[in-house]
Design a protein around this ligand. Structure first.
Ligand code: PEP
Ligand code: MG
Length: 465
């Protein structure tokens, strides 16, 4: 494209074209008209997180995309569907043809096209084994998540929609650690959910969880989760050059205070029905902190003026940018709890776009800088005991919390609350049951002390036992 303005807005133009095509085909949703029996997989250049949500009905058995990273929201939603997916497979959509046979090995990030009978047999056996180990894990469902040295660990669920509470409860979750409410706003065109509809959704979650704590995050719109309406001009722009660094999360909410207060009022109303915590994403500035609490006070006043008594809420903040870690003393003073969003913390610490497959090899949750920030966050939250009279509750809700290979490291750093996709809860619990936290603490310290890859590998091997 010669026109540099259009060239920079390629993604927006592509999305518009895709939507136009869909409208011309007269299909409402992406899945309408798809009949593939049981063995259909979707291979696409890209799938937006909003589109992925439409596959919750279970039309496809697996997904492959050319672009995207392991912690992109497309991959996160695929993982919550608990079906195999490989993202960032570059030329897959060009090379794979209709009716080709493929094996999607999501665990190893492998895609095998036209596999030989021997490979198919091998994967059939692996599939059976994985099914068996899932069945075995189910026995742990009501076992308390307690380590060998008697530490009780809180295992919470991440959800995208109120219906996901069923899966969370089935996995034995102790509550909801992260409800990504922006998914309520997707695939809605201009018809965004109003206060009553949001209130019903939040109340449903609170009531479904039957008294267990529910953490609801205010919308994290922006970056790879734009609203349909954002495709129109917003402040004279189509989209922005670096959306991950742009108007997203709390910045987005504060840019539209009326919309923000609709959500806050709905949350405060739902809080009357059970324990509800409000979680604010990606906050890093004292000014944002002040504005957030001002909007919360205003939302309470608006409810009272309408004769509605707001319910009690705890208010927490997500730690997602290194700046927020360095601002922790201020944040810990004002918020009731913190939750570390490691997906973004890795992205912003290492300057690696989590949705860009061309730098996916550099996206490293074990990077010493990331581990230092994480350890510092956990220990500062605990240290609040000294001046606040009690430690500040700290949890991790990024994908690191649901990775059983990292459980021992996080326990060793002092983490006692993990929030993850329900499908991961029992695997992580299994690790906890085998762990002795007091023994892990010095081993985790040793990992933190290593900057050289070889030294870190050795320290991690010692930690793995
Ligand atoms: C995170 O960044 O780790 C997180 C949990 O939030 P999200 O993945 O929705 O950005
Ligand atoms: Mg995040």
């Amino acid at each position: 494209m010669d026109d540099s303005y259009l060239r920079e807005r390629k993604a927006a133009v592509e999305q518009v074209v895709e939507r136009l095509l869909r409208a011309l085909q007269g299909t409402q949703g992406l899945t309408s008209g798809v009949h593939g029996g049981d063995d259909l997989v979707l291979v696409a250049h890209d799938i937006a997180p909003a589109d992925m949500m439409q596959f919750k009905q279970g039309v496809f058995r697996g997904f492959v995309t050319d672009i995207g990273g392991k912690t992109s929201h497309t991959a996160i939603v695929a993982r919550s569907l608990d079906i195999p997916a490989v993202v960032g497979a570059r030329d897959a959509s060009r090379l794979i043809r209709q009716d080709d046979w493929v094996i999607i090995d999501g665990d190893n990030g492998l895609l095998i096209v036209d596999p030989s009978p021997a490979i198919i047999d091998d994967y059939r056996v692996r599939k059976q084994e994985s099914e068996l180990s899932r069945q075995r894990l189910l026995r742990l469902r009501s076992t308390p998540a307690r380590s060998l040295d008697g530490q009780t660990i809180e295992l919470l669920a991440n959800i995208e929609l109120p219906d996901d509470c069923d899966t969370a409860l089935a996995a034995g979750a102790a509550g909801i650690g992260l409800f990504r409410t922006e998914f309520l706003f997707m695939n809605r065109g201009r018809n965004l959910p109003g206060e009553d509809e949001q209130f019903e959704a939040y109340r449903r979650v609170v009531q479904s969880m039957g008294g267990k704590p529910v953490t609801i995050r205010t919308i994290d719109i922006g970056a790879d989760k734009p609203l349909d309406t954002d495709l129109d001009y917003r402040d004279g722009e189509f989209t922005h050059l670096n959306p991950a660094l742009g108007l997203r999360a709390i910045r987005y909410s504060l840019s539209d205070p009326a919309m923000f207060r609709v959500q806050l009022r709905a949350l405060l109303r739902a809080a009357a029905f059970g324990p509800l915590r409000i979680l604010v994403p990606m906050l890093a500035h004292a000014r944002e902190l002040r504005q957030t609490f001002e909007q919360l006070d205003l939302a309470r006043a608006e409810l009272r003026a309408a004769g509605v008594e707001p319910g009690p809420v705890e208010v927490g903040v997500m730690i997602e940018v290194p700046g927020a870690v360095l601002m922790l003393p201020l944040l810990l003073r004002h918020f009731d709890f913190i939750s570390v969003g490691t997906n973004d913390l890795v992205q912003y610490t290492l300057a690696i776009d989590r949705a860009d497959e061309s730098v996916a090899d550099l996206y490293d949750p074990l990077h010493p800088a990331v581990l230092q920030l994480l350890a510092q966050t956990i220990s500062l939250a605990h240290a609040a005991h000294g001046w606040k009279g009690h430690p500040v509750h700290v949890s991790v809700c990024g994908e690191m919390a649901g990775d059983p290979q990292l459980t021992r490291l996080l326990l060793g750093m002092g983490l006692r609350s993990f929030s993850m996709h329900p499908a991961q809860i029992l695997r992580v619990k299994q690790e906890i049951l085998r762990a002795d936290c007091s023994r892990l603490a010095p081993l985790a310290q040793a990992v933190l002390g290593e900057l050289e890859p070889e030294g870190q590998e050795r320290a991690l091997a010692a930690l793995a036992g």
